[in-house]
Design a protein around this ligand. Structure first.
Ligand code: HEM
Length: 136
């Protein structure tokens, strides 16, 4: 199975187990970094959070496979977020928390193969943000 297939399949399993994982991702993000919560006060309907989560998933999926647009997407969102006061570490942490939530949802079914697929994709994210932040 390819890295992209492993991500897609494990995401399907996550949804079967816990439904939409986005609320769990934001819960964990704000528990770990409560200072980020005030940034979302204007997002009363949750649409920004929903869109942000979906874009992050699309980006990870592209990075795991064809990589048509992920690096550009990460670079432009890193830049927008950086202007809004989001550090590179905080930006990366959103992707890391997605992986943690998926791992927790799958429990014993989180295989070494699935783990390697997500870790290599995360490494690519961190490679892109390290490059763009160093060049900024
Ligand atoms: C902890 C890290 C992050 C924080 C604190 C954060 C914060 C925010 C905030 C406050 C907004 C609303 C900005 C506004 O309306 O002016 C936003 C929007 C957005 N973020 Fe993030 N972000 C993070 C990580 C990411 C990541 C990794 C992505 C990856 C693609 C991303 C994608 C987006 C997108 C696409 C929007 C626009 C959504 C919309 O307007 O509907 N964010 N983010």
């Amino acid at each position: 199975m390819t890295t992209q297939q492993l991500l897609a399949q494990s995401l399907e399993q996550v949804v079967e187990r816990v439904g939409d994982p986005a609320p769990l991702v934001y819960q964990r993000l704000f528990e770990r970094s409560p200072e980020l919560l005030p940034m979302f006060v204007g997002d009363t309907r949750g649409s920004v959070r929903a869109e942000m989560f979906l874009r992050a998933i699309d980006t990870l999926t592209d990075l795991a496979g064809e990589r048509h647009y992920a690096a550009g997407m990460i670079a432009s969102e890193w830049s927008n977020h950086s202007m809004n006061g989001v550090s590179t570490r905080q930006f990366d942490s959103f992707f890391e928390i997605i992986v943690e939530v998926c791992q927790q949802a799958l429990g014993a079914d989180w295989t070494p193969e699935i783990d390697a697929a997500w870790r290599s994709t995360l490494d690519r994210v961190i490679g892109v943000t390290a490059r763009v932040s160093a060049a900024a």
